[in-house]
Ligand binder design. Structure first.
Ligand SMILES: [Fe+2]
Ligand SMILES: [Fe+2]
Length: 374
């Protein structure tokens, strides 16, 4: 692959067949070191991590990489029907060709003023963020090992590797600013990797949707240094690519199954959403009992919003910002690909249902104004 001003090796190599005995020989269920486990997973699948430049690239090269990662249209002529070989091939190709070759180790973390340092270190998200990335890489790698189609397997494995890189970026930042993390929870190799892939993928769809809005809010607020916000920009766009890949692989599987197997697959998806809802409820309760947030997921999002901006923002405005950012981040990719739709659709329904409250607060505002004036 060539990015203007930057030489990088292709992020993955295609292989023809999965070597199952070699795979089991590499991984043992009692591997407690997660980095060791991830290396074993990569070796088992035969995945060669992409080579990255040793130094921080020049600004023009960074700008070129940014364009490459954000805009991609397939040269394929005609429809790309989810479930067809052409669709799978083009989706995997998009994922390979939009790879951004930044190296976490060469990121220069900006010096923070005492105020900013306090803001960054007190955000209640670092433990969850680092552990989530760590778990996602292992789960995606477990699923990749079960995929028979080499191109799709490599795409999911590259996704896993990018989660590993997110963990490194966050880990380096946490170290640079002296934030201490709690111990990483134990990881169990999933007995059903497809189920874990669905759960992790849909979790990413939810988290990314809100993260897009919160990130934009943080950027606009000037509450954090521009350099720090810019450092996380490629991570945000990568999450967009991840959920685009996920939505298309799921749609591809849907489209390729005969109707009787498709029913079972749809039921799995419904079950995954229920499982996530239950997991989130448990998380919200445990955060409430440990004094973080207020016990409801939407309120956790609002707590985060208050932590990234000095301006008060309502739930509806935040939701609208999330929708705008979601649309903007996906706009550069081939329009024939499927987009993740569930979370934006729920946000639109929530906005529609809360319209009477929005009208009431607009009507109330002038009254308050005149009362204040009188
Ligand atoms: Fe990630
Ligand atoms: Fe991701």
């Amino acid at each position: 692959m060539k990015v203007e001003g930057w030489e990088v090796n292709p992020p993955a190599h295609l292989r023809s067949r999965l070597d199952v005995p070699a795979l089991s020989a590499h991984i043992s269920i009692d591997m407690t070191d997660h980095n060791e486990l991830f290396s074993a997973q990569m070796a088992a699948i035969g995945f060669v991590p992409p080579e990255l430049p040793d130094e921080q690239p020049k600004p023009e090269a960074l700008a070129a990489a940014d364009r490459t990662t954000r805009y991609w249209t397939s040269p394929h002529i005609g429809r790309l029907r989810a479930g067809s070989p052409a669709h799978q091939h083009e989706v995997c190709r998009m994922f390979r060709e939009t790879f951004n070759p930044y190296r976490p180790a060469v990121i220069a973390w900006p010096k923070l003023t005492a105020d900013m340092r306090q803001r960054v270190t007190s955000l209640p998200i670092w433990d969850i963020a680092v552990h989530t990335e760590g778990r996602a890489r292992l789960r995606f790698a477990s699923y990749a090992a079960t995929i028979q189609a080499p191109e799709a397997r490599d795409a999911v494995m590259l996704n896993a590797w990018e989660e590993h890189r997110h963990k490194e970026v966050l880990g380096n930042m946490v170290k640079a600013y002296g934030i201490t993390l709690g111990p990483e929870p134990a990881y169990r190799v999933p007995r059903d990797p497809e189920w874990m892939y669905l759960v992790t993928g849909y979790c990413e769809c939810i988290d990314s949707f809100f993260a897009f809005g919160l990130f934009e809010l943080a950027r606009r607020s000037g509450f954090f240094p521009v350099e720090l916000v810019e450092t996380f920009e490629p991570v945000m766009q990568e999450e967009c690519r991840h959920i685009l890949l996920f939505a298309n692989l799921v749609a591809g599987q849907r489209g390729s199954l005969p109707w009787w197997r498709r029913i079972a697959f749809e039921l799995r998806i419904v079950a995954a959403w229920f499982y996530i809802a239950w997991e989130r409820l448990v998380l919200a309760r445990s955060m409430k009992s440990s004094g973080m947030g207020t016990g409801q997921d939407s309120n956790f999002t609002m707590t985060s919003a208050q932590a990234v901006t000095p301006v008060e923002i309502g739930v509806r405005d935040l939701m609208m910002l999330c929708l705008q950012e979601n649309d903007r981040r996906f706009a550069g990719y081939d329009a024939r690909f499927v987009r993740p739709t569930m979370v934006p659709a729920l946000a639109r329904v929530a906005l529609f249902l809360t319209r009477p409250w929005a009208r009431r607060s607009v009507e109330k505002a002038p009254d308050e104004h005149s009362a204040a004036g009188g």
